[in-house]
Design a binder for this molecule. Structure first.
Ligand code: NAD
Length: 418
């Protein structure tokens, strides 16, 4: 993994790559390459033993040209200002790629949550929500889960906000549990969009997905559900990994059994059905049909890219390929379905959750999944159309061209203030 690549610079490079196809000057584009504002916070919280600890936290609000800022909250020791800025920008272009009326934001706390008790994590999350309170709101900025956060943290944020505001406003945050105003289908949504784009990519290539082999890097929310849903299509999941290492089988894994093993032991490593343990790098270069990076940024740099053997890469994670890795893979005709489409299921069902919260009318899982499929398949078609009609280099360039045009149109039609 290359940690030397700054994800914020990657985002800016991706915008630059698309800019040649846009009818906009550098002066206008500059405004689309920077967040509107970034808040840096220090949260001092009492630990269970009575001592205090201070945590650095961020929220970046990149653009609200198309709707309220929207994006997840990450708890990870590697969180930093530029990472949060990059992730907030990717949210803008993701929402525009799938054409939902939201902008982009992202937040995070520099923390390894595995080192803290549940009550400590609750106090840390509530301290964060208290600092975020003036910035967020269902029409302002709507957080959601990301790495190491989930329904529990979103429920705490909602409760803190509603208590302090003396109101009920469930749409202030998405990814909540069902009994706390969440949506059916939200937990599975990111993996579901990754599965859908893999299916569409195979159809586009004229290949049968039920014969595909799959390797998944990162076995959390995005990764394991992608694996499970691809298996439902008949594909064979032959290797998976998490931060402790990777496993491979000569046959095919039962994704649920691997997940149960991880839930019980904390890792996929040691799963009884595996034939071999691998390093994470070895997993990324396995000879499989579909590679699903579903962990963190910069998983594949240009050196590793030369060794990738997969035909299709589905970016369930945000920013898993460095821009140079992208160039190498394009030269080798690997079809990369970019993150801003592949994992957009998460924010799409977050949008559905927000709509349901505002109307107080709740939808069936079937309705959510059908609407999600419509959004993702139609966005895939938009990208392929731009890719072919305008002879663009990659589907990523196509995604940025489509998304930037939508953001530019919204900004231009709204005019500039002051
Ligand atoms: P998660 O915390 O549920 O899972 C992350 C997984 O990655 C864990 O299994 C962890 O062990 C593994 N991991 C971490 N470092 C690794 C490494 N170096 N090698 C292999 N595995 C490693 O997080 P998540 O929500 O699934 O997020 C994963 C990615 O998907 C992130 O890039 C996130 O931004 C993106 N994403 C998530 C959502 C969502 O709704 N959760 C939506 C869109 C995008």
């Amino acid at each position: 993994m290359s940690n030397s690549v700054n994800p914020f610079e990657s985002l800016q490079e991706q915008i630059d790559d698309a800019s040649a196809y846009l009818d906009a000057g550098d002066d206008v584009l500059e405004g689309l390459k920077q967040p509107q504002r970034v808040l840096e916070m220090n949260l001092t919280v009492e630990m269970d033993d009575g001592t205090y600890e201070t945590f650095r936290a961020y929220r970046s609000q990149f653009s609200d040209a198309r709707g309220p800022y929207k994006g997840g909250i990450r708890y990870h020791p590697g969180v930093n200002r530029d990472e949060v800025k990059a992730l907030s920008g990717w949210m803008v272009y993701k929402c525009a790629t799938v054409d939902i009326p939201l902008g982009g934001g992202k937040g995070g706390i520099v923390i390894d949550p595995s080192e803290y008790s549940e009550s400590e994590l609750e106090r840390i999350t509530r301290a964060f929500a208290t600092e975020l309170r003036p910035l967020i709101g269902e029409d302002r900025d709507v957080p959601a889960p990301d790495v190491n956060t989930g329904q529990r943290e979103m429920n705490w944020i909602k409760d803190t906000y509603e208590t302090l505001e003396n109101t009920t406003e469930p749409g202030v945050v998405t990814g909540k549990s069902l009994t706390s105003d969440g949506s059916e289908g939200r937990v599975e949504a990111t993996g579901r969009s990754s599965m859908l784009v893999a299916r569409e990519a195979f159809e586009y290539l004229g290949r049968d997905i039920s014969e595909a082999t799959v390797a998944v890097q990162g076995y959390g929310n995005a990764g394991w559900i992608t694996a499970d849903l691809l298996e439902d299509l008949g594909a064979s999941v032959v290797a998976v990994s998490d931060s402790s290492g990777a496993i491979r089988t000569d046959g095919e894994f039962d994704p649920r059994a691997v997940k149960d093993h991880k839930r019980e032991t904390g890792s996929v490593v040691g799963y009884g059905g595996a034939d071999e343990e691998l390093t994470n790098e070895e997993l990324l270069t396995l000879d499989v049909d579909i590679l699903v990076p579903a962990a963190l940024e910069n998983a594949i740099d240009e050196d590793l890219a030369t060794e990738v053997s997969a035909d299709v890469i589905v970016e369930a994670a945000n920013g898993p390929l460095t821009p140079k890795a992208d160039d190498v893979l394009a030269d080798e005709d690997v079809l990369v379905v970019p993150d801003i489409l592949a994992n957009a299921g998460g924010v799409t069902v977050s949008y559905f959750e927000w709509v349901q919260n505002r109307t107080r009318e709740y939808w069936s899982e079937e309705r959510v999944n059908e609407k999600l499929e419509d959004v993702i398949v139609s966005a895939f078609d938009d990208l392929v159309t731009a890719y072919e009609d305008e002879d663009l280099e990659t589907l990523r360039v196509a995604a940025y061209v489509v998304a930037l045009r939508r953001v530019l149109a919204a900004s231009e039609e709204g005019g500039t203030w002051p």
